[in-house]
Design a protein around this ligand. Structure first.
Ligand code: FES
Ligand code: FES
Length: 158
């Protein structure tokens, strides 16, 4: 099988992986142990596989790994620092916004991208940011409350 070298940054660490040109970013990340990136619909509809690519939410099931060359990827594993959950993660727990958790990593990453752009979003902006994430458990109300609560916290720590 033809392979190529992929060099990128994942959660702040430089990585170099051998991949096939047609590998999806979702498959490569999970192969490398980033299991917080969930495999859901594989058609770009559920948001469970979302990661941040240079700060922007991307469904990793729709992106070839080769397209991540030189980019900075953030997965949910990269949010906690020194064993401490990020305030957005704490807010999701505090507000009962995590049930089975399958959608949670992607939702939190999209929320982070929103708060990085708009530190004090409206409820409408939060709903829009989470719109690409299907959740079968929470009814969306609690995740929205959690993001709005996190927006009231310290911006630098998100
Ligand atoms: S698995 Fe990628 S959007 Fe559903
Ligand atoms: S918490 Fe179960 S799918 Fe969202």
């Amino acid at each position: 099988m033809k392979t190529m070298l992929l060099c990128l940054t994942v959660n702040g660490k430089p990585r170099a992986w051998s991949i096939a040109p047609g590998d999806l970013l979702l498959d490569v990340l999970r192969r490398e142990g980033y299991f917080g990136v969930k495999r859901g619909c594989e058609t770009g509809e559920c948001g469970a596989c979302a990661v941040l690519v240079d700060g922007k939410p991307i469904n990793s099931c729709l992106m070839f790994a080769a397209q991540a060359e030189g980019r900075e990827i953030l997965t949910i594993e990269g949010l906690a620092q020194d064993g401490r959950l990020a305030p957005l993660q704490e807010a999701f727990l505090d507000h009962g916004a995590v049930q089975c958790g399958f959608c949670t990593g992607g939702m939190i990453l999209s929320a982070k991208a929103l708060l990085d752009r708009h530190p004090h979003p409206t409820e409408e902006q939060v709903r829009e940011a989470l719109a690409g994430h299907l959740c079968r458990c929470t009814g969306y109300k609690k995740p929205v409350e959690a993001v709005l609560a996190a927006a009231g916290g310290k911006e630098a720590e998100r």
